[in-house]
Design a protein around this ligand. Structure first.
Ligand SMILES: O=C([S-])c1cc(C(=O)S)c[n+]([C@@H]2O[C@H](COP(=O)(O)O)[C@@H](O)[C@H]2O)c1
Ligand code: NI
Length: 393
């Protein structure tokens, strides 16, 4: 299961979306077997690497020898219902064609069941809708969300089965009601009825790219290469974010009331040197009202012998309590930024893909403060601000 974002800022068509899906890593066989399941005649899908205005893109050719120039919505629905398709694929394809039928019926003033698709009813459109439905079902699984950018529709006029049509064509304007659209980067029909029906009906949200750690990118091209802009649709797949980790570690504790307090910093340093994940002191008042300290150490099991040896050697303790604890940790990464020309490491942690902390390394900040004479709190602020564009989605 992955979340997906489609960038339709240069428009979209069924074949462009097929290309973007294959470019993002959906096996061609996933699309081909869904198309084979529905098509009454052989349909071949062929992949070609192309460029559009200097961008490398994937084009999927739909190769058909369709004998029927148009199909009614009732015929298309029967094909979908009779086909051995995964339910998630059938439902998506049915929803998309139902939307196309409703749009056509509205535009031409006919009953939905009487709609006869011309161009959009041919086998290549069936392949576009069913292939895209299968590809998206493959990426999204049960829980993935599909977000689509505002859609470029184009401008001008085109020739169609209805003669010359204004762009966006009437079916597209109907299909994209309520969806953010604009003319976009070039003249002509940038968004076709099939592209519009797929995006408008299969998207969970419309908007800019959501927070995601992108793992795969597909750039899909259709037949048109207008030369004015890269006529492509991009599809970004969210990777699996590093999961929160869970580990069993040990906490060692001992109460000490008779150690020269000046040696504690050395003890803590020696414990960290022996492999402890953390070591700390807590002031306490012990039996008989004596001021004392609890020494606490967190360590992975493989370091417990060495840690215990430091306690025996460096402190006056003659007994420790040891218990296993569950340690849960967020994934973290390190980025290095520059403050006044000096490097400062910043530790970044994420939860559910969102940055929850960005903490500049104190030693680096102290080094910059002493090199520049800046107050250290200003160095810390500057490091945080510099890290922001690098760490926030
Ligand atoms: O096939 C029909 S009835 C049809 C209707 C309309 C309307 O806007 S109404 C437009 N078109 C044009 O056909 C081609 C193919 O569309 P695809 O979605 O199959 O790529 C396209 O240029 C449409 O604008 C067809
Ligand atoms: Ni029409």
């Amino acid at each position: 299961m992955s979340d997906v974002w489609v960038d339709a800022s240069a428009g979209a068509s069924g074949d462009m979306l097929l290309g973007a899906l294959v470019g993002a890593g959906v096996p061609l066989a996933v699309l081909q077997s869904a198309v084979d399941a529905v098509s009454p005649e052989p349909v071949g899908l062929r992949v070609e690497a192309v460029t559009r205005a200097g961008l490398a893109a994937t084009r999927v050719h739909v190769e058909v020898a369709d004998s029927i120039a148009h199909r009614t919505w009732v015929e298309v629905r029967a094909l979908l219902e009779g086909a051995p398709l995964e339910p998630a694929v059938r439902e998506r394809a049915r929803t998309v064609f139902a939307a196309l039928a409703e749009a056509e019926a509205h535009v031409h003033g006919t009953a939905v069941d009487d709609v006869a698709f011309h161009e959009v009813g041919a086998l290549d459109s069936l392949a576009d809708v069913v292939g895209c439905s299968a590809g998206l079902a493959h990426l999204l699984g049960d829980e993935g969300r599909l977000t689509v950018s505002p859609i470029a529709v184009g401008s001008g006029r085109i020739a169609s089965a209805h003669g010359s049509l204004p762009v966006p064509v009437p079916a597209v304007t109907r299909l994209l009601r309520g969806v953010a659209t604009s003319a976009g980067p070039g003249e002509g029909e940038l968004c076709t009825p099939t592209g519009a029906a797929l995006l408008a009906n299969l998207a969970d949200d419309v908007g800019p790219q959501p927070a995601m750690a992108v793992s795969d990118i597909g750039t899909g091209a259709g037949a048109l290469d207008p030369g004015t802009h890269a006529n492509v649709v991009r599809l970004l797949v969210a990777g699996t974010l590093d999961a929160e980790t869970t580990a069993t570690e040990l906490v060692l504790e001992t109460n000490v009331d008779d150690l020269d307090p000046r040696v504690w910093p050395h003890v803590l340093e020696a414990l960290l040197g022996a492999g402890a994940a953390d070591a700390w002191l807590t002031p306490i008042v012990m039996k008989k009202g004596r001021p004392a300290h609890t020494l606490g150490v967190l360590t992975r099991p493989e370091h417990v012998e060495a840690v215990r040896a430091v306690i025996w050697r460096e402190t006056s303790s003659i007994g420790v309590r040891e218990h296993a604890v569950t340690k849960r940790a967020l994934p973290r990464e390190e980025v290095t930024v520059e403050v006044a020309g000096h490097p400062v490491r910043v530790k970044v942690s994420r939860a559910g893909g969102r940055v929850v902390t960005a903490q500049p390394e104190h030693d680096d900040c102290a080094a910059v403060a002493s090199a520049t004479g800046w107050p250290i709190r200003h160095v810390i602020d500057a490091a945080r601000v510099s890290s922001r564009p690098r760490v926030e989605p």
